[in-house]
Each structure stands twice: as structure tokens, then as C-alpha cells.
Design a protein around this ligand. Structure first.
Ligand code: CTP
Length: 399
């Protein structure tokens, strides 16, 4: 599977709010992600922004008037409605939300929304009082009841200068929500997947920790890939990367915290994918106060460490267990030992000495080894694609 927006047909409806300048950024992100973006502008949107601005980015016709027929396709709005994978209204004003909720089709955006069976995602933007208006809230409730998806609005400074709820959600977050909506009917629909990410931290004193170089990128990429295929994902994370939308995130620091969060989340789960780099040892005691530097001749100090138990073995047997082996030598033999000793269905082995498959990069080169002895070396891929390969294997092995 390639990137989730690759070749997806997205109709982007833009209505008249000052925040519509952000739709240009949104259109640009979607195009860069490989989507085919057809922009439809309301008359009010064109008071703020021109069709040319969007056309320059999408390189496709921009619909600015329902009655502007092209000779090749006089029913362009119906074609768009029929062929769209998803319709996104960003920004959606109180007026455009009212039209949709009440079945109006008097401009191109509302006509397309009426004529489609594709999922619709709405990102509202309006003044705070307007957003809280009972009529607007009633229209939103009605649309949610009809299966329309919403993202935002955010709270913050509004165009009026007031602080309130009504800001358009940032384009990168809208993009994530488009992936979520597109993935709702994916092949992981109905599955609960637990993913761990990041490097655990074991406190030495209130200031210092023992940790490792894991950034969390691999675990986050797996979690996002599973979410984009319709999975219900819990991410147990020791990383400080931003929380991905649409994923339940449980933040932990130590191995004990990670163990508790992972085992709790595994209740009723279908699979556990342990991408976290878990500390093997922790200080025998955590000092209450910052440990001070030794004065005088005494230069060395030592730290007494105790072993952390491997909690893979405590995971209920109905949960498929998938592990990682980040190695610096004897990659395959070390990974096989872990596969067998931890009771895993399969393991993803990666050589972290390579610059393109180590810590804190966006690519990885892994070899999947399963408990039937099958070894599959994957090429260099983005971590998101590695995530998808792991999920493909998980599905194959769960059949
Ligand atoms: N793991 C775990 N609990 C631990 C330690 C590791 O669940 N206490 C998981 C990791 O998340 C990973 C797999 O086990 O999926 C292998 O972890 P790794 O650190 O590579 O191996 P270790 O078993 O700790 O062995 P070593 O450190 O000697 O390589």
C-alpha cells in the first residue's frame, strides 16, 4: 500500500470566511500527498480569494459557478459528486452548514454535497457567537446524525478580535482527518491494535534519566498506518512527538508505566506491536534529591541497576504479539532468538547502524521473520510503508 492520499479524488469546497486563505495550504498539502484535488468555491469565498490561486496549485479546473458549463462536461458538479472519494468543506461557514443540513442545492458546493454518496468532512470556521447559535448547533447535530464528519473548530483569537471557539483547524490536522475518514472502511475496521513507541526513561534522580536513542517515529508511523486502514488504535508512547489525531494516546515514562498501560490496553485487543525501545535495566533506587557531584579526590560513582522484566510474556494469549529487534550485529540470529523467547508471531529486525534505517529518520529497512521460519527482507521504505507491511503480515497471519 502506498501513501494514503495517493490518487484519491478529493473535492475541496471553500466557503466565504477570512480563514479561506488556509485552504490554499490545505490544497497544496493534499496535492503534494498525491491526491487529485477539485476545488469548488462559493461566491462569498471569491470575495476573499480567486479561483486562480487554487488552480495554480491543483492544476485542475476550479468550479466557481454552478452554471458555468464546460462543453466537455456540462454536468461537472454531478461527475465530481459521483467520482469523489471524499468531500471536504474547509472552511465551512454557518451558511454552508445550514444549506447542507436542510437539503439546499443552490450553489456548486451544496449541489455536489447533495448529489454524492462519498463521505463528507466539515471544518467549520465562524465567529464564536455564531458557532454557539442554537440554529448552527442544531444544524451540526443534524449533519452528525446523518453521518457527516466534523473537525473543529478550534478555540483562539477570532477575526473579530474576540477569543472564542470558531477558528478553522490547521491544514495539517484537517489532512490527518481526511485520512481518517478515507480509512473508515479499511481492512482493519473492527480491529483493536495496541502500538508502543519511543524510548522509555528510568529516573536516576529528579533531574536525570536512563534512556535510549529511540525517537518514537517507527511506532507513530505504524499507529497512523493502522488508523488510516480503519483500525482502532491505542498508542502507548514514551516519545514527545505530537499526538496523531484519531489515535488514543497514553503517555508513559518508565518501563513499569509502559507495562501497565500496554497490558491494560491489550484487554480485548487483536494485536500488540511493540516498537518501543524498552530499558533493560532501571536504577535500584531513585534518589529523592539531585545527586551532587563528588568533591575532592573521589571522582567515580557507580549506579546499581536492576533488570526490568520482559512484559511481552504477560500479554494475554489471544493477542497477536509482534516485536522489533533493533540490532547492531548478528541481526537475523539475534532477532530469531527474540522471536522465540518472547513468543512472537513475527519480528521486524532492523540494523540501527545504517544511517537510513536507524533512529530519528523517516525511513527504515526491516526484515520480517515469522514463527513459521519465513524470512522476508523489505527494501528501504518510509516508516509509514514499513508500518503497512507489518499490518499486511499481521492480517495474513491472523487468517
Ligand atoms: N520488550 C518488551 N519488554 C522489555 C524489553 C523489550 O516488551 N522489558 C520488547 C521490545 O519492545 C521489542 C522486543 O521486546 O519489541 C525486543 O526488544 P530489544 O530491546 O531489542 O531486546 P531485548 O529483549 O531487550 O534484548 P537485548 O537488549 O539484549 O538486545
Amino acid at each position: 500500500m502506498t501513501e494514503p492520499l495517493e490518487n484519491k479524488k478529493i473535492v475541496l469546497g471553500v466557503s466565504g470566511s477570512i480563514s479561506c486563505y488556509k485552504s490554499i495550504d490545505l490544497a497544496s498539502r493534499l496535492v503534494k500527498a498525491g491526491a487529485l484535488v477539485d476545488v469548488v468555491l462559493s461566491d462569498a469565498a471569491q470575495e476573499f480569494i480567486t479561483p486562480l490561486a487554487f488552480q495554480s496549485i491543483t492544476h485542475r479546473n476550479v468550479i466557481s459557478n454552478l452554471f458555468e458549463y464546460s462543453s466537455e462536461n456540462p454536468l461537472e458538479h454531478i461527475t465530481l459528486a459521483r467520482e469523489a472519494d471524499v468531500i471536504v468543506l474547509a472552511p465551512a461557514t454557518a451558511n454552508s452548514i445550514a444549506k447542507l443540513a436542510n437539503g439546499f442545492a443552490d450553489n456548486a458546493i451544496s449541489a455536489i454535497c447533495m448529489a454524492t454518496t462519498a463521505p463528507i468532512l466539515i471544518a467549520p470556521a465562524m465567529d464564536g457567537n455564531m458557532y454557539h447559535n442554537k440554529a448552527v448547533q442544531k444544524n451540526i447535530d443534524l449533519l452528525i446524525e446523518h453521518g457527516v464528519h466534523f473537525v473543529g473548530p478550534n478555540a483562539g483569537r477570532l477575526a473579530s478580535g474576540l477569543i472564542g471557539l470558531g477558528r478553522l483547524v490547521e491544514p495539517e490536522i484537517i489532512t490527518e482527518h481526511i485520512k481518517i475518514v478515507l480509512g473508515l472502511t479499511g481492512d482493519l475496521k473492527g480491529m483493536q491494535i495496541v502500538v508502543s513507541a519511543g524510548g522509555t526513561q528510568e529516573a536516576i534522580d529528579p533531574v536525570r534519566v536512563i534512556t535510549n536513542r529511540s525517537s518514537g517515529k517507527m511506532g507513530y508511523a505504524i499507529a497512523e498506518a493502522a488508523r488510516d486502514r480503519g483500525g482502532e488504535v491505542t498508542l502507548v508512547t514514551a516519545s514527545s512527538l505530537p499526538e496523531p489525531p484519531g489515535i488514543k494516546c497514553l503517555h508513559v515514562m518508565s518501563v513499569a508505566e509502559m507495562r501497565e498501560a500496554v497490558l491494560d490496553s491489550c484487554n480485548g485487543a487483536d494485536a500488540l506491536i511493540m516498537a518501543a525501545a524498552v530499558s533493560d535495566y532501571r536504577p535500584a533506587e531513585i534518589a529523592n534529591q539531585k545527586i551532587k557531584k563528588k568533591k575532592g579526590e573521589e571522582n567515580n560513582i557507580s549506579l546499581d541497576l536492576v533488570k526490568n522484566d520482559d512484559f511481552f510474556l504477560e500479554v494475554p494469549s489471544g493477542v497477536m504479539r509482534i516485536g522489533f529487534a533493533a540490532e547492531t550485529e548478528d541481526l537475523l540470529s539475534n532477532a530469531e532468538i527474540k522471536l522465540n523467547s518472547k513468543g512472537l508471531s513475527f519480528i521486524a529486525a532492523n540494523d540501527v547502524t545504517q544511517p537510513d534505517s536507524g533512529f530519528n529518520v523517516d525511513t527504515n529497512r526491516v526484515t520480517l521473520i515469522d514463527n513459521n521460519g519465513k524470512v522476508e527482507a523489505l527494501p528501504l521504505l518510509s516508516k509509514y510503508e514499513v508500518g503497512n507491511s507489518i499490518l499486511d503480515k499481521m492480517l495474513q497471519m491472523s487468517k
